[in-house]
Design a protein around this ligand. Structure first.
Ligand SMILES: [Zn+2]
Length: 60
């Protein structure tokens, strides 16, 4: 196990094939190898980009 792999189930109820796509495919669409349907790979949800928080906005 080296590269991160995203596993998701094909939304096609008649297919329901488990798709394994590389982590780099997030946000993209892949084609199910079972039915040929395009499946959207969800973005990461766990990690939230750390943004520098500024102090309270200066008063007008
Ligand atoms: Zn499918």
């Amino acid at each position: 196990m080296s590269a991160n792999v995203v596993r998701l189930i094909c939304p096609n109820l008649k297919c329901r094939k488990i798709l394994s796509v590389p982590d780099s495919a997030r946000g993209k669409k892949v084609r199910c190898r079972g039915c040929g349907m395009r499946v959207q790979i969800p973005q990461k949800k766990e990690q939230v980009p750390v943004t520098p928080t500024q102090d309270e906005a200066a008063e007008g």
